[in-house]
Design a protein around this ligand. Structure first.
Ligand SMILES: *Cc1c(COP(=O)(O)O)cnc(C)c1O
Ligand code: SF4
Length: 336
């Protein structure tokens, strides 16, 4: 009988196992968090439209028996999602119109965003891509060649942004294949990754990932996505410090969410905790008006008041820019 060779058979990395073992069944989430039975049926119904998905290490940061926990609220499917809200659509930021094929989104000067994959480690209920047709991503070889040709032909493109879904849900060898081609295009100077994985699945930041990210001639920038100070713990601190030690500039974007972080206290605590972990706040986004997320919306006037309150109590570098994304605009619209 042949035994698997223990040296050649590379074990599945921990992060990939954690990704595969994410909680997807509403009944399990309700049980793990000791929620009342009344949360189950709505969760099951809303999960039919957009499935539940939450890594266990993220769930471990939630309080038990608290249906209003700010982390739980980001992933728990609710009956409110099934309510049709006027003014909310499937493509609120005009991505379908801006798409150039091959997963390329070119909306702004000098930088181009690539939808590297539709896959994600977590399903945030407010996600503006919840209705996005993910077949248009660059993960396949042919699509990637098309994206590279697009970038090569435009010398004003200095920055390439890998987004998704979550680009870090791809395996390292796939990421390597993507950046090999970019490395050879002389006008590309910066590689930016938009990822929530350093926050929701910190085990993703492995030595292999770091040598990929910091191993090209491109300047590495990581824009993470945290919405609440309670998301940041010892595991995120060590993942983020490894990224910083590898030379990455670390920024954070937050979505302003009703019932989760819509208070000056919550936003100030988030900025301070981010700074403790080596990350500067970058954008505070008003919600994209995607169907099923209307219950998270914070009015623009209220958002401006929150920002004024933040500015009055924090140093300027801890105050994120309040923005809204508008279809067809040449940049994110600044609201302060
Ligand atoms: C948000 C976004 C960017 C990045 O914008 P910055 O203001 O540089 O952070 C680039 N392309 C697209 C399509 C975007 O939506
Ligand atoms: S991490 Fe980003 S892309 Fe993934 S579900 Fe959340 S908001 Fe959407």
């Amino acid at each position: 009988m042949t035994q698997p060779n223990p040296v050649l058979a590379s074990p599945t990395p921990l992060w990939q196992r954690e990704l595969a073992e994410a909680v997807k069944d509403p009944a399990e989430l309700v049980k793990l968090l000791e929620l009342g039975e009344e949360w189950l049926t709505p969760a099951q119904r809303a999960a039919e439209a957009f499935p539940l998905r939450a890594p266990r290490s993220y769930i471990a940061r939630m309080r038990r028996s608290d249906p209003f926990d700010p982390l739980l609220r980001q992933v728990l499917p609710l009956a409110e999602e099934l309510v049709e809200a006027p003014g909310y659509g499937a493509d609120p930021v005009g991505d379908l119109a801006a798409g150039r094929g091959g997963g390329v989104l070119h909306k702004y000067h000098g930088r181009v965003l690539l939808v590297a994959t539709g896959a994600c480690a977590i399903h945030c209920r407010y996600c503006f891509r919840r209705h996005y047709p993910y077949t248009e991503s660059i993960a396949s070889r042919a699509e990637w060649q098309e994206a590279l040709a697009y970038i090569r032909a435009r010398p004003d493109l200095e920055e390439v942004i890998l987004s998704g879904g979550d680009p870090l849900s791809l395996a390292d060898r796939r990421l390597l294949a993507l950046t090999e081609g970019l490395n050879e295009i002389p006008h590309v100077q910066r590689l930016r990754v938009h990822s929530r994985l350093p926050i929701v699945l910190p085990s993703r930041i492995t030595d292999e990932m770091l040598s990929w990210f910091a191993g090209t001639r491109l300047r590495p920038i990581m824009v993470v996505h945290a919405n609440h100070a309670q998301e940041l713990n010892g595991e995120t601190a060590s993942a983020l410090s490894r990224l910083r030690d590898a030379g990455a500039t670390l920024l954070n974007q937050t979505v302003l969410l009703r019932g989760i972080n819509d208070s000056a206290d919550a936003l100030a605590a988030l900025s301070e905790r981010l700074f403790d972990q080596g990350v500067l706040p970058y954008y505070l986004h008003l919600l994209d008006r995607v169907q099923g997320a209307a219950h998270f919306d914070v009015e623009e006037a209220q958002a401006r008041l929150l920002l004024a309150a933040l500015s009055a109590r924090l140093p300027g570098y801890l105050v994120p820019k309040l923005v809204r994304e508008e279809a067809g605009a040449p940049n994110k619209t600044l609201l302060q």
